[in-house]
Structure formats: structure tokens, C-alpha cells
Design a binder for this molecule. Structure first.
Ligand code: F6P
Ligand code: E4P
Length: 887
């Protein structure tokens, strides 16, 4: 079907667009190119919405203030507005030339505060016209008593004028007279009359909104008064421009001052949404149309010449208005007054928003600039070792540095995919989580190997993964910054021995990612690994996604490296933005809220982004949970009807998705146009977390309490490979229960009750499962968690051990002791030896669980360990049953 907007020109009406905003300029260009619009209008309300309600202008504001910190708010406003008006004028220049100056104008209004100041209006009109420096600009001047002489003077100087805020027939007559006087003045001054244009903006919907209130219920003339009045004015205009006075001017090139229908967005939803467009269409008029009305007309508008038609009905409607004693003249005067006041209010609100933005930008700029300069003073607080901080700020260069290495990474990936069909990454925490996100979100590109991360010491899972592997076609990435992480090295030893069974060159199945000089580098050299990638030493594990730790595995599966880095760079380049989710603001907000006790950061992620939660969980928890402070990341919970007030939500949607309704006052929304914007999210959260650490006055780059559990685990692993752990409280059937820092109970139910009755409203409940990765197990754990979430209305988390020890494990022991912990362990039949060591994986995982239990105990955390010796699933279901029914 033909676009109805394009048919409007058949009736000699020009459609202008009643809207402008920087980010819309490309859309506006498209509408101009397609012939849908031939002009643009703006007003103070439109700019208030555009500048106050978006970040479109933040970069320019930052730049302007950088060049001139003394710039006043008014100057700032003007600079932003003028830039848009110029750009719009340039976009419309083609129309202006093609129509010989009939159309192709963009209108900008003088400050509404000058509405009653003739001299001030003249000066500002001159100033704007000169500064904008475009022929196809119209200066908007209100049709007030003081505006009329200004119109004459401005037209007399050859400046185009759009007269605004016209409501009454008398306005038309006054304005038309002022216009002709202006033309006469221009003529007298020797100016060219064909070089000046003017429109008279007659406001429609506002008149109906005011009159409809005075009409009896279901009145037949509802929604018809403004149109009838406007049609009457139109007739008057025809008469006026047939006058000899105008004919004389026309002979010298003058154009009529076209009537422009403004305020044509329907305000009463009961009316047809294109009512004012359809009814007022006709020769020698302009209609300036707001976005939603334009969209509606494009969709179902009906173009026809109507403004000069049905004149009997016009008279009937106006007679009826008189009959009802409705004084349109009086209403019009009031609307004009109100209009001036409303534009003044918008203008004042915009000035205030700019004032606030300027202050915020200064503050954010300081933080952003300090961060980009790697200024350690951001974390200069008692107890923070600044030398350690200094050695952990390299991540701020990672995106830029890795941009240079894309082709090397891709070449290597190409070599690898010729030989292997699967990549297995062995690593913990920051060395494995980002690659797993990439694999789960992007998948492996066709022709590229798939990737599996192994970050457990659970023998059942390791065995199962081994059985699923085709070792001859598998390449292992051993990923460890320190090169000494026990899980990673044990897994390496195990899989190297397995590969040795199928390959005469086992080292060629291994790639190392590590710091130069690490133990892993030595191993890689000795075993002749396929390749060793060195990571920058000044980037900590959880901030390393853009280094080789994240990018090598991403390249191996053919993930969109360029998009990932570009979207991250985009975020990095706009660190001083002021919107609530810009990284610096986000970090500041999260830090401030956490200090007010709102420290349960709950992620409500698009299904497509679910895997991102594990990465962000580690970043936030390990970075912030220390010295009695911390932000607990919560992911994977069901939405509830109400929440305790310690929650902050971050809702992330992608593409067309709608955000769910979250019943909380603290909800931040992040929207990704598409999944390839994911790179920016990694950077957003790295910056936000670092800044949050600054607000919390901690070092967000260390993990002081992770070591404690490791020490305890080492102590518990005796030379013969067994694990000793005291504290057993109850032994029943195939169960052993241990507890610490809770009231004693005499049976299992009693101990569980003690644990749960210790819960306070600001606590959280954490399930820590040293169990195989398995869907059924996960489902049962989810049910346990869900039960506690609902029954106690607190935040809940689930972590698989030892994986979570490198994530929430730090926060569990470092925060303000608000965690209530249920640790679940199981004795596997399969011990699975670690070649060359005196321990097997079963011993290792038990030592890790028992070590963490001891560490939690020492830190006075409330913890219960539920150790299962018998059938795992049966025991888990029993535990769920007990929790749902007895405790
Ligand atoms: O890369 P590495 O040295 O093996 O460390 C793995 C993980 O262990 C930690 O150092 C401690 O949990 C994390 O910060 C890190 O991501
Ligand atoms: O120039 C256009 C006017 O300012 C605009 O159409 C006013 O519309 P409104 O009545 O919807 O605010």
C-alpha cells in the first residue's frame, strides 16, 4: 500500500516533524530522504525531553565543559540546541533548494522567558539566526502583545519567523498584520521579499482539550470545535491574502505567511488518532506532526483536501458553541498565557537538568578520568595496600591492546580447528568463567570446535566428561594466572596422562594461558605445549576477560571477537556518561546502596544472558566481599511478589524483549540491542565493580579470605590421602552432620531448624554443593533454595564447590556475617587418582569442603554440613522433603 504520508503533498500541504533529538537525526534524515517530511519544528518541551531525558548530549557537554569550564548553563543549552538545529537545517537544505524556500525549514524558539519582552526577543532572534548561520532556519516568536512588534522587526531584517502560540482569530489577524508590516519594513530597508518566509502556528488539540471540558456529556460537537475554529481562520486567511496590501507585496516577491497547524497530536484517546491531520489537510498549509501521530498516519491515515470543506458544519459547530455560552476568545487568551507558562516551565526544568548534569558530569568525569589515568587514590583507604592496587589496573588497557591482536588470535584459531574438534578448558574462577559465557551465549561457530570448561574436582563429573571426550581430537587449554591453582594443576595432570594414552605427542594437545615465569609456563615448556599465551601481569583474574584468558578461548570457538571488543570500547569511551547504568554511575549507586544495607544485587537476566550471571557473580562477590562489607550477587531466583528492602535489582533485556515487572523501588534496567553488545557488559561491570569498591572503601582487586580455606584444606589432607575433620554432631544412617556457630540440636531436623531460625531479614541463604554437575541435582537444590526464599523472604544463592570458592567464597568469609550456609557433600565411589600426587580427586574435593567449613567456622559464620555417604539423589530428595515439611 502506498504510504499515505506521501499523498499529503498532492493537496499542497507540507508535513513538518514536531520533534528533534540528536540520536534521532539519522531517522529524521531517512524520513526527509523518503519525502515524508519537509520541515522540522522544536519547542522548549521537546528540548527538555531530548536533552533532559537522554544521554545523547552527554559527550558534547563533557567536551564543551572541558574546553570552557566557566560556560554558563544558558550558553551550554544554546550550544547543544544550536548543534541540533544546524544539523537538521543541513539535512533539510535539499528540500529548501528544491522548493525555492517554501519548505525545508527547521524552527527554534527564543527563550520563553522573553515572551513579554519585545527588545529581548528581537535581540535573541538576531543572535540565534546569526549564530546558527543557516538560511533555512525559522525563529519561533510567541504571538503575545510584546511578540507582535518583535515579529515585524525580525521579518523587517529578513529573518524567517514561525509565530507560535496562536489560538484565536484575533491572533491570526494581529500576526498577519505584523507580518505584512515586517515585509513593508524589509522592502523599505531594501531587503529582498522573496528571501524571507514565515508561518503562523495555530494550536489545535489544546483548544479541544479546554473546550471539551465545558461541553455537556456526549455532546455532538466534542472534538469538532478546534477544527471548526481553525477552518474558519483558514477562510479568513484566504480573504486576508487577497487584499491589495498583500498583492502589492506579492508583486515584489513576498510569500503568504502559511497557516501551520500545531498541537495536532490527539490528546483525547477517544478520538481518531489522526483526526487533526486528516481534517485540516489542504492547500497552502503546514501541519507539524509529533512522532506518534506521524506513525499513525503512515499506518492508516487518509489523505484528502478537507480544510476548505464542510463549511456549513463549521458554522453549525461554532453557533452551538455560542449557544452554550462558551467564549472561545477568552479560552484562547487563557491558553496563550498557559502556553507561555508551560514552555517557561519546560525551559526552567531543562535549565535545572542541565545544572544537575553539569555537576554530575564534573563528578563522574573526575571518577572516570581518575580511573582511566589509573589513579590509585580512588582506593586509598586505611588497610588498602596501594602497591597491590597499582599492579592490578592493567585491565583498563586490555580492550585497546587486544584490538591489535585479533588477527593473530584468529590465525591461531584457524590452525587449531584444522586439527581438533573440541576444546576443553581447565581453570578456575576468572580463568574459566568468561570463556564459558562466550560458549554458552554464542556457541561455537560452524566449523569451529566446541568448548567445555572443567572447573570442578568432583570425580564423578570428571569421569563423565572424560568418557564423553574424543581425546585424539581434543585440545586442552590450561588456564591459570598464578600457574599454581591446585584444581587446575590436578586436572591438567589427570588429562595429560589420559592424552598420553592416545598420542605420542601429548604436549601438542595442550595450550597454556598464564603469567610469564609461572610454574605452568615451566610445565608447558617441558611438555612442549602447542602454544603458551602470556597474560599481562597487571591484570587480576576476574578482570581478565579482554586479555588472552578470555580472548584465546573465544577465538578458538569462532566467537565474534571484533564485536565483543568494539562494544567494550564503546562503553570505555563513554565512562563519564551520567545515566543511571553508565558504569561509573552504576558503581557509585551500588556502593552507596550497599552502605545503606541494600546489598543483595539481584540479577534478572534475559534467558539468552543467563550464563553471564556466573561471571558477574565472581567479579562482584570476590571484589567487594571483604573486611565486613560486600555486595552479594544473586542470580537464578524466581520472581516474587514482594521483597525485603535489602535488594537492588538489575534487569537486563535483549532486542525486542520486554522487562518483567519487578516489585521494588530499586530496579536498574540495562537493554542490549543485540547479543553482540555483550562485550560492553563485561566492561560495564568491571568498571562498576572497581568504582563500587572505591565507594565501599575497599580494595576491589584482592581476595584476602580465599587463602584461608586453601590453608585449611592443605592442613586437612594428610600424607596418606585421607581427610580429617572434626565437629561431627550427628551420624544417622548414611548421613553425617556437622555444624558451627548455631544453637545445637539433638537430631538432624533440630540442627536444620537451628540453622534456619538464626535467619534475620537482612541475611542470605547459601547452598554450597560439592556435588557432581547434574541437572537433577541442580533442580533439587533449586527447590531447596526456592523454599527458603519464599518462607523467609531472603536472598538465596547456589554454588557448586570448589568452583564457588573462587567466587562467592571470598564474600562468604569476608562480608558482614549475614550468610547462613548449608554445605552438602557426598562420598563418591570413584576416587579418580591424580597422577603423580598422593591424593585423588575424592580426597581433594573433601579437603576443600572441609577446609571451607573450617574457615567459615573460624570466621564465626553459621554453617551446617550435610554429608551424604549413601545414595546421593535419594538423600537429596529426603533433605528437600525435610526442609519443606519439618523445618
Ligand atoms: O588463574 P588462577 O591463578 O588459577 O586463579 C584462579 C582464580 O583463583 C583466584 O585467584 C582466587 O579465587 C581467583 O581470583 C582467580 O580467578
Ligand atoms: O511547534 C509546535 C508546537 O509547539 C507543538 O505542536 C505543540 O504541541 P502540543 O500542544 O502537543 O504541546
Amino acid at each position: 500500500m502506498a504510504n499515505p504520508l506521501l499523498q499529503v503533498q498532492n493537496y499542497s500541504q507540507s508535513i513538518w516533524y514536531d520533534n528533534i533529538q540528536r540520536s534521532l537525526l539519522s531517522k529524521i534524515k531517512q524520513m526527509i530522504d523518503e519525502g515524508e517530511i519537509v520541515g522540522i519544528t522544536s519547542n522548549p518541551t521537546i528540548f527538555d525531553k531530548a536533552i533532559g531525558g537522554s544521554n545523547d548530549y552527554d559527550d558534547m557537554m563533557t567536551e564543551l565543559l572541558e574546553n570552557n569550564p566557566q560556560m554558563s548553563i544558558k550558553e551550554l543549552y544554546e550550544a547543544l540546541v544550536i548543534e541540533d538545529i544546524r544539523e537538521a537545517a543541513d539535512l533539510l537544505r535539499g528540500v529548501y533548494d528544491a522548493t525555492s524556500g517554501v519548505d525545508g525549514y527547521v524552527s527554534v524558539e527564543v527563550s520563553p522567558d522573553l515572551a513579554h519582552d519585545t527588545e529581548g526577543t528581537i535581540k535573541e532572534a538576531q543572535h540565534l539566526f546569526r549564530t546558527i548561520d543557516r538560511e533555512n532556519v525559522m525563529i519561533k516568536v510567541p504571538a503575545t502583545k510584546e511578540g507582535l512588534p518583535a515579529i515585524t522587526q525580525i521579518i523587517g531584517q529578513g529573518i524567517n519567523v514561525n509565530v507560535t502560540l496562536m489560538f484565536a482569530m484575533q491572533d491570526f489577524l494581529d500576526v498577519a498584520d505584523a507580518y505584512l508590516s515586517g515585509l513593508e519594513l524589509l522592502d523599505k530597508n531594501g531587503g529582498k521579499l522573496d528571501g524571507v518566509a514565515s508561518v503562523a502556528s495555530f494550536f489545535i488539540s489544546r483548544m479541544d482539550s479546554a473546550v471539551d471540558k465545558l461541553l455537556p456529556e456526549n455532546s455532538a460537537i466534542a472534538g469538532k470545535v478546534a477544527i471548526s475554529y481553525a477552518k474558519n481562520v483558514y477562510q479568513k486567511a484566504i480573504e486576508f491574502y487577497a487584499s491589495q496590501r498583500f498583492k502589492d507585496l506579492e508583486a515584489k516577491g513576498a510569500r503568504i505567511q502559511r497557516l501551520l497547524w500545531a498541537s495536532t497530536g490527539v490528546k483525547n484517546p477517544a478520538y481518531r488518532d489522526v483526526l487533526y491531520m486528516e481534517e485540516l489537510m489542504g492547500e497552502n498549509t503546514v501541519n507539524t506532526v509529533p512522532p506518534h501521530t506521524l506513525d499513525a498516519f503512515r499506518d492508516h491515515g487518509n489523505a484528502a483536501s478537507r480544510v476548505g470543506k464542510n463549511l456549513e458544519e463549521v458554522q453549525e459547530v461554532l453557533a452551538k458553541v455560542q449557544e452554550l455560552n462558551i467564549d472561545l476568545q477568552q479560552i484562547a487568551s487563557k491558553l496563550k498565557e498557559d502556553g507561555v507558562a508551560a514552555f517557561s516551565k519546560s525551559f526552567a526544568s531543562l535549565m535545572q537538568t542541565l545544572e544537575e548534569k553539569k555537576a554530575k558530569l564534573g563528578e563522574k568525569k573526575n571518577l572516570a578520568a581518575k580511573l582511566l589515568e589509573k589513579d590509585c587514590s580512588l582506593w586509598d583507604f586505611p588497610g588498602v595496600n596501594l602497591d597491590e592496587v597499582r599492579e592490578r589496573l592493567g585491565w583498563l588497557d586490555s580492550v585497546r591492546e587486544t584490538q591489535q591482536k585479533i588477527s593473530d588470535l584468529q590465525e591461531f584459531a584457524h590452525e587449531v580447528r584444522e586439527k581438533f574438534s573440541a576444546v576443553v578448558l581447565l581453570g578456575m574462577g576468572g580463568s574459566s568463567l568468561a570463556p564459558e559465557v562466550f560458549m554458552k551465549i554464542f556457541g561455537n561457530k560452524s566449523g569451529y570446535p566446541s568448548l567445555r570448561v572443567i572447573d570442578t574436582t568432583n570425580p564423578v563429573t570428571i569421569r563423565q566428561y572424560l568418557q564423553e571426550m574424543d581425546l585424539a581430537k581434543t585440545v586442552f587449554v590450561v588456564s591459570s594466572k598464578s600457574g599454581g591453582t591446585i584444581e587446575t594443576l590436578s586436572l591438567y595432570k589427570f588429562f595429560f596422562a589420559e592424552v598420553q594414552k592416545v598420542s605420542s605427542q601429548p604436549g601438542q594437545h595442550f595450550i597454556a594461558i598464564t603469567d610469564p615465569g609461572s610454574k605452568l609456563e615451566n610445565i608447558a615448556n617441558e611438555k612442549q605445549f602447542l602454544r603458551t599465551f602470556f597474560a599481562p601481569q597487571d591484570v587480576g583474574g576476574r578482570y581478565s576477560v579482554f586479555t588472552v584468558f578470555g580472548m584465546v578461548p573465544a577465538a578458538l570457538i569462532g566467537a565474534p571477537l571484533q564485536n565483543i571488543l568494539d562494544s567494550a570500547e564503546k562503553i570505555q569511551n563513554s565512562l563519564s556518561a551520567t545515566d543511571e547504568i553508565s558504569p561509573v554511575v552504576l558503581g557509585t549507586t551500588l556502593g552507596k546502596l550497599a552502605t545503606q544495607g541494600k546489598n543483595k544485587l539481584t540479577f534478572v537476566l534475559s534467558d539468552q544472558l543467563t550464563p553471564f550471571a556466573d561471571w558477574v557473580e565472581q567479579l562482584v562477590a570476590e571484589s567487594t566481599g571483604k573486611i565486613g562489607k560486600g555486595v552479594l550477587p544473586v542470580a537464578g531466583e524466581h520472581l516474587q511478589e514482594n521483597y525485603s528492602n535489602d535488594r537492588v535489582f538489575v534487569c537486563v533485556t535483549v532486542g525486542e524483549e520486554k522487562a518483567p515487572n519487578i516489585p521494588s523501588d530499586n530496579v536498574l534496567h540495562i537493554h542490549l540491542e543485540n547479543l553482540t553488545d555483550l562485550g560492553g557488559e563485561f566492561l560495564r561491570w568491571q568498571v562498576a565493580t572497581a568504582i563500587c569498591g572505591s565507594v565501599l572503601q575497599i580494595n576491589p582487586f584482592d581476595q584476602p579470605d580465599v587463602e584461608l580455606a586453601k590453608i585449611k584444606a592443605r592442613e586437612l589432607m594428610s600424607g596418606d590421602g585421607s581427610v580429617t575433620s572434626g565437629d561431627v554432631k550427628i551420624v544417622r544412617d548414611d548421613l553425617e552432620i556437622y555444624s558451627a556457630n548455631i544453637d545445637e540440636g539433638t537430631n538432624i531436623e533440630g540442627l536444620l531448624c537451628s540453622l534456619l531460625s538464626s535467619i534475620k531479614s537482612s541475611d542470605y541463604f547459601a547452598v554450597m554443593a560439592y556435588l557432581p554437575y547434574d541437572e537433577e541435582i541442580t533442580n533439587i537444590l533449586q527447590k531447596i533454595r526456592c523454599h527458603i526464599q519464599q518462607k523467609h523472604n531472603i536472598a538465596t544463592t547456589i554454588g557448586f564447590g570448589p568452583r564457588f570458592l573462587h567466587s562467592t567464597g571470598q564474600l562468604h568469609k569476608g562480608d558482614d556475617n549475614s550468610g547462613v550456609f548449608l554445605q552438602i557433600t557426598h562420598s563418591a565411589q570413584d576416587k579418580l587418582a591424580v597422577p603423580g600426587e598422593n591424593y585423588d580427586f575424592n580426597t581433594l574435593i573433601h579437603a576443600q569442603a572441609a577446609g571451607d567449613f573450617q574457615a567459615l567456622k573460624e570466621k564465626k559464620r553459621r554453617v551446617l554440613r550435610y554429608h551424604i555417604n549413601g545414595k546421593l539423589l535419594v538423600a537429596l530428595k529426603n533433605l528437600l522433603f525435610t526442609m519443606e515439611n519439618d523445618v
